[in-house]
Design a protein around this ligand. Structure first.
Ligand SMILES: [Zn+2]
Length: 387
């Protein structure tokens, strides 16, 4: 092991192993040697795997590279970027906090720097990078076996961590769009499932009183049924998008043609009622688990731009939450995102009066944090035309 390791750190680690190991993972004998296998090939990285805090650490760049990820050091922010496709994970040595696809989460123990090389705990490769990780040991050897994540893997566990086990489409925080610009205090209030004759006017009244614009993803059939509400949404300066014709998953996601037809029909109603031709849409239930490559090709090819959310007030449960509980969700899910742009999911559909009742306080929360209020546009960087 390197200098930092032999000079001082090892005795401290050995002393701590017994205690920290209980909290942070398996306890391995300090004298163990580590053999690393990737895809059943034994690997001897330039920086050897090491033990600290009762867990195995692997050199990040080398191991992630062998698993098919690109790793870059971003000197300006002192962070490491781990990339696959357009997915980004950011971590900072010494901190257990990570950020994946725009979402914050935490490892059990932080990555650290040893001899100028960033090493990451084994859990990172299993959870953060979706790899299959196996560990066996005897008295003197620890054998680590890693296989890359399957190509269709999505880093849903970060959402799970943040929301306490609820999936990205269920509640809390969805899979954030990659490439959302950072450092801007802009919140995009979005309302799904309306218009509703009781809830939507309450929402519109509150927005009007606050002088704020929002984005409404309307259900086509409801838009046709409540034309005056759609006209009012447009007249008061808000942005309209499609949330499918009938929100029936089986129908909406039945085929690429069915999805495209559902969006076209809704778009036509909005255009007939308001004169606004919108290409914005939000996938009912979010895109994860619903959209296939062929569906993306169909709707992206037709010019539609999809917006998932980066945070939710989690108001879609039944029975409905109280307005106080909804405001509590805003704190729970948005506090960790403060300082960044937030696309906030809310609902103005059937029986969402409590969301309308919480809206004034939700606006006050963001104002107190120095946020301004934006509306989504087709050229917004979070908009998606493909997978
Ligand atoms: Zn919906």
């Amino acid at each position: 092991m390197g200098d930092l390791w032999t000079r001082g750190l090892l005795p401290a680690v050995a002393a701590c192993t017994l205690f920290l190991g209980v909290l942070t993972g398996p306890v391995y004998a300090a004298e163990s040697r580590i053999i690393l296998y990737i895809n059943e090939n034994s690997i001897w990285p330039a920086t050897p795997p090491l033990l600290a805090n009762g867990t195995v650490y692997l050199p990040l760049r080398e191991t992630a590279g062998l698993l098919g990820y690109r790793v870059e050091w971003e000197a300006a922010t002192g962070t490491v970027l781990v990339m696959r496709g357009d997915w980004r994970l950011r971590l900072r040595p010494g901190s257990a906090a990570v950020e994946a696809g725009g979402q914050p989460a935490a490892m059990t123990v932080p990555a650290m720097v040893v001899n100028g090389v960033v090493v990451a705990p084994l859990e990172f490769f299993g959870l953060g990078l979706g790899a299959t990780v196996g560990v066996t040991r005897d008295e003197s050897w620890i054998v680590v076996q890693i296989s890359p994540a399957p190509p269709d893997w999505t880093p849903a566990w970060y959402g799970d961590l943040v929301t306490g086990g609820q999936g990205p489409a269920g509640a809390g925080i969805g899979l954030g769009p990659a490439g959302t610009p950072g450092g801007q205090r802009v919140v995009y209030l979005t309302f799904d499932d309306g218009p509703d004759p009781y809830v939507t006017p309450l929402v519109l009244d509150t927005l009007k009183a606050a002088g704020i614009r929002a984005t409404f993803f309307v259900v086509g059939a409801s838009a046709r049924r409540y034309p005056d509400l759609v006209r009012r949404i447009a007249r008061e300066g808000h942005v309209l998008g499609s949330h499918s014709w009938d929100h029936n998953y089986a129908a909406v996601y039945g085929s690429p043609q069915a999805l495209l037809g559902s969006l076209n029909r809704t778009r036509q109603v909005i255009r007939d009622l308001t004169g606004v031709d919108t290409v914005l849409w939000r996938a009912p239930g979010g895109t994860p688990g619903h959209m296939t490559p062929a569906m993306w090709e169909a709707v992206g090819g037709a010019g539609y731009v999809e917006f998932d959310w980066t945070a939710s007030v989690a108001d879609a449960t039944w029975p409905r939450l109280s307005s106080a509980e909804i405001l509590g969700n805003v704190h729970a899910y948005c506090d960790p995102l403060l300082g960044r742009p937030i696309i906030l999911l809310m609902h103005d559909g059937y029986r969402h009066e409590q969301t309308a009742a919480a809206l004034g306080n939700i606006i006050a929360y963001f104002r107190a944090q120095g946020y301004t209020f934006g509306v989504l546009t087709a050229d917004h960087p979070a908009g998606r035309r493909g997978p």
